[in-house]
Unconditional design. Structure first.
Length: 129
């Protein structure tokens, strides 16, 4: 059963959320998980790893954000290329409150028949007050 509560191990280590995203998720804000209050998201190692290219005839784009702002951390990451695309927004990656992270795949022509990726959010919780 997926866990949507903030994850926080008591040690000073990097934590992560990971969620599968496929072409069948087009247009749906998929919940990746919840980052606990006081955490810092590690921008360079957070993003989407595409291991099967999305093959829509138009653009295939992925946004990563929150339930309130779908593209807060990453906007229009290209889904047609296999590889890792890091978050690209110039915002604060500090989360003051428990924050639900979402990922949304947009298929311009709604005709993709393939595409699979893993959304990865790496973060450091506030374990030392």
């Amino acid at each position: 059963m997926p866990q949507n509560n903030p994850r926080q191990y008591s040690q000073q280590v990097v934590h992560f959320l990971r969620k599968r995203l496929t072409y069948t998720d087009r247009g749906v804000a998929v919940t990746v998980g919840v980052v606990p209050a006081g955490s810092v998201i590690l921008k360079p190692i957070s993003g989407v790893n595409i291991h099967t290219a999305f093959n829509g005839t138009g653009t295939d784009l992925i946004d990563i954000g929150t339930s309130g702002t779908a593209d807060l951390f990453a906007t229009d990451l290209a889904g047609q290329t296999v590889g890792f695309a890091p978050c690209d927004e110039a915002v604060s990656f500090y989360v003051a409150a428990d924050t639900t992270i979402t990922a949304t795949y947009a298929d311009q022509n709604s005709d993709a028949t393939a595409g699979e990726a893993q959304v990865v959010i790496a973060y450091v919780p506030n374990t030392d007050g």
